[in-house]
Write a protein that binds this ligand. Structure first.
Ligand code: NAD
Length: 304
């Protein structure tokens, strides 16, 4: 079974790495020569950091042409820019070059797969596989079916992602943001509103999440939690709190203002808060260490 990855950026190189680490041959395409030239080195750096077999990087073949990457593949996953028109154009080329049996997947974060694949001839083999960053440390892959996707394509994709050590879930309706990003951005909307309305500052929002329910979330999902405390208590809480939560159907004006003022977050050292290079490096290190420890804990639970 051969894999093609389209786009060798942050997600594409990591997705290629995971397939290669599980002994799949991977062809990867990116129109940016710098992305293609650096893909091997980036994968090797990740493997070194993880203490994994470096030879996996040799199973990833950079291709300067899209058609060359996808023509022999059984499974094609696109991880290019988050832009509907660009993805539609890419999939038209992918469909023309790929084998008729190949499954075609997009790693879009939030764009409905239906919109991306609408113009294709055979949409029964098209679906979404939404990975999380970094792909080699976060287990979930959302497998998103459209109304046209065949159950065989879903089953094969679920099995493939299980075989590479991922935790695939089947998302049955193709809604914007799928499951994970809808939940995540519902939380972010309220987080921003709390700052906007002066309830607390940004640092406090993050402390509250990280030191409270964020600690539990990896072991106790929201609906497990609701069942734990009782649906009756959950209902009583919702009667009081839901009418007060932010429900504006558009981005917060506070967020719009940050972007208009060039406060773009860590890349401009100023977003909701100011950031020094040391603070950015420490936060990244904390996140990677946390994710690596969680993965090691998962591995320790597997039957020997
Ligand atoms: N970054 C995340 O946390 C994350 C998580 C899940 C999904 N995604 C999604 O994955 C996709 C890729 O995101 P990323 O963070 O890796 O972006 P990125 O900017 O790091 O990489 C995108 C890559 O696509 C390449 N590219 C541009 N045009 C292309 C084309 N026509 N064909 C092939 N490649 C092309 C770029 O040169 C770049 O290397 C996006 O759809 C994004 O929404 C991102």
């Amino acid at each position: 079974m051969k894999i093609a990855v389209v786009g060798a950026g942050l997600m594409g190189h990591g997705i290629a790495q995971v397939f290669a680490s599980h002994r799949y041959e991977v062809a990867i395409f990116d129109p940016a020569p710098s992305a293609l030239e650096s893909v091997g080195a980036r994968i090797r750096a990740n493997l070194r950091d993880l203490g994994e077999d470096m030879s996996a990087a040799d199973r990833v073949t950079p291709c300067a042409e899209l058609e060359q990457a996808v023509c022999g593949a059984d499974f094609v996953v696109e991880a290019a820019l988050e832009n509907l028109e660009a993805k539609q154009a890419l999939f038209a080329r992918i469909e023309a070059a790929a084998s008729p049996q190949a499954i075609l997947a997009s790693n879009t974060s939030v764009i409905p797969i239906t919109r991306i694949m609408a113009g294709l001839r055979d949409r029964s083999r098209c679906l979404g596989t939404h990975w999380w960053n970094p792909p080699y440390l976060v287990p979930l892959v959302e497998v998103i079916a459209t109304e046209w996707t065949s159950i065989e394509a879903v089953d094969k994709t679920m099995a493939l992602h299980r075989a590479i050590g991922k935790k695939p879930v089947h998302v049955k309706k193709d809604v914007p943001g799928f499951v994970g990003n809808r939940l995540q951005h519902a939380l972010w909307r309220e987080a921003i509103a709390l700052v906007e309305h002066g309830v607390c500052d940004a640092r406090t929002v993050d402390t509250v999440v990280k030191a409270s329910f964020g600690r539990r979330l990896a072991a106790l999902g929201p609906l497990e939690n609701a069942d734990l405390v009782g649906t009756d208590l959950t209902l009583a809480i919702h009667r009081i709190v839901l009418p007060d939560l932010d429900s504006r159907p558009a981005p917060s004006p506070y967020l719009e203002r940050l972007v208009a003022d060039g406060r773009l977050g860590m890349k401009s050292h100023h977003g909701f808060r100011t950031w020094t290079d040391q603070e950015i490096a420490a936060l990244r290190r904390d996140m990677f260490d946390h994710l690596k420890a969680a993965l090691a804990a998962d591995a320790a639970k597997l039957p020997k």
